[in-house]
Design a protein around this ligand. Structure first.
Ligand code: OSB
Ligand code: MG
Length: 370
């Protein structure tokens, strides 16, 4: 595949419902899509960076800049035969995992099309359906949260994850457990707690959670290991795991018993597979996290979730939970049993809707080999 040009697009996509985490509320997603033009094929990737540098240091305007000025020029004019070759080409740029992932994943997307293979098979997937959970943000009231949970359970989702922070935690979990004593329930703190909260976090054990996700600092393994020793509940790391090396360090230290893999956070499919493999070697289950993706990123998450060690329900859920209309055809749909069926179609298995993409695009730029 000759990489002839790369197009960046920013889409403005209002969420069906705002999404609130411990670091803030999002009403509208600014979605950054990249297209690799190679030999008449178009490989698509999504940069999942946030609107602001709160989840991590990356944000959409910074990602756009680093792609145009630094990353795209490292790929343009290159001939590659697989997505696997992309990380080495981009290695000179320090960090910027979500920007790199958009490009690398677009190359895998093109490779799957060129080979006439489903992307999930190319990634080494084996599952014919994946298990789905939902991530529910902080709401205006407890009542609204309970209402949301009821709706998601009625739809068939297999696991409920709620966002927590100091002041929106035990009382909320208490009410959820009072109403649904048996459901698979977890919580995600996005680093909202500190060491002084150890006793408070220990009190979560009574809720029989599947996991507590990233309670402490986003770069920490050591204090999570200390905390894990004090808890019955499994810890899950999200933000802290950026590489397979991180996963190995965290698991050797016993910082967590579960890992959330987000393909953007770990810089692309190659590293996501490597993290998956490390976890599998340690006997640690993984699940696929989400970043409020449009259909492009969502279809890539679906493909990644077919790898064998994705044994827990992920945050990969139906398009319609986020968007009035998604930019892929068909949209990602979830069965009454809370599963997504995997198709045998070549490529990502979901067509891009160019009409809608054009309608939603607020800026675009194409860079070519100069
Ligand atoms: O920590 O998983 C997270 C969204 C934005 C930033 C961080 C997180 C999330 C989610 C959303 O939980 C999951 C989804 O896309 O459904
Ligand atoms: Mg998380």
């Amino acid at each position: 595949m000759n990489i002839e040009a790369i197009t960046l697009r920013e889409l403005k996509m209002p969420l069906v419902h705002f999404f609130e985490t411990s670091f803030g509320r999002t009403y509208t997603r600014r979605v950054l899509l990249v297209t690799l033009h190679c030999d008449g094929l178009e490989g698509w990737g999504e940069c999942v960076a946030g609107e602001a540098p709160y989840y991590s240091e990356e944000y959409i305007d910074g990602a756009w800049d680093v792609i145009v000025r630094h990353l795209a020029p490292m790929l343009l004019g290159k001939r590659i035969s697989s997505g696997r070759e992309v990380p080495a080409l981009l290695a000179r740029v320090h960090e910027h995992p979500m920007a790199k992932a958009a490009l690398e994943n677009a190359a895998w997307d093109a490779e799957a099309q060129a080979k006439g293979l489903p992307l999930w098979k190319l990634l080494g997937g084996t599952r014919r359906e994946i298990a789905c959970g939902v991530s529910i943000g902080i709401q205006n009231s407890h009542e609204e949260l309970l209402q949301k949970i009821e709706t998601e359970l009625a739809t068939g989702y297999q696991r409920i994850k709620v966002k927590v922070k100091p002041g929106w935690d035990v009382e909320v979990l208490e009410k959820i457990r009072a109403r649904w004593p048996e459901i698979l329930l977890s919580c995600d703190a996005n680093s909202a707690y500190a060491l002084a909260d150890e006793e408070h976090l220990k009190s979560f054990d009574r809720f029989k959670l599947l996991m507590i996700e990233q309670p402490l600092w986003s770069d920490d393994f050591y204090f999570h290991a200390r905390l894990q020793k004090q808890l019955q509940t499994a810890l899950c790391l999200d933000e802290a795991i950026r590489t397979a090396r991180d996963a190995e360090a965290a698991l050797e230290l016993a910082s967590c018993r579960i890992i959330n893999i987000k393909v953007g956070r770990v810089s692309g499919f190659s590293e996501a597979i490597a993290v998956h493999d490390v976890a599998q070697r340690f006997g640690i289950p993984v699940w696929c996290g989400g970043m409020l993706e449009s259909g492009i990123g969502r279809s890539h998450n679906v493909a990644l979730s077919t790898l064998p060690n994705f044994t827990l329900p992920g945050d990969v859920s139906a398009s319609k939970r986020y968007w009035k209309q998604d930019i892929i055809e068909p949209e990602v749909e979830v069965s009454r049993r809370g599963t997504i069926a995997i198709t045998d179609k070549p490529g990502r298995g979901y067509e891009v809707r160019m009409d809608l993409i054009q309608e939603l695009t607020v800026r675009d730029e194409t860079v070519r080999d100069s």
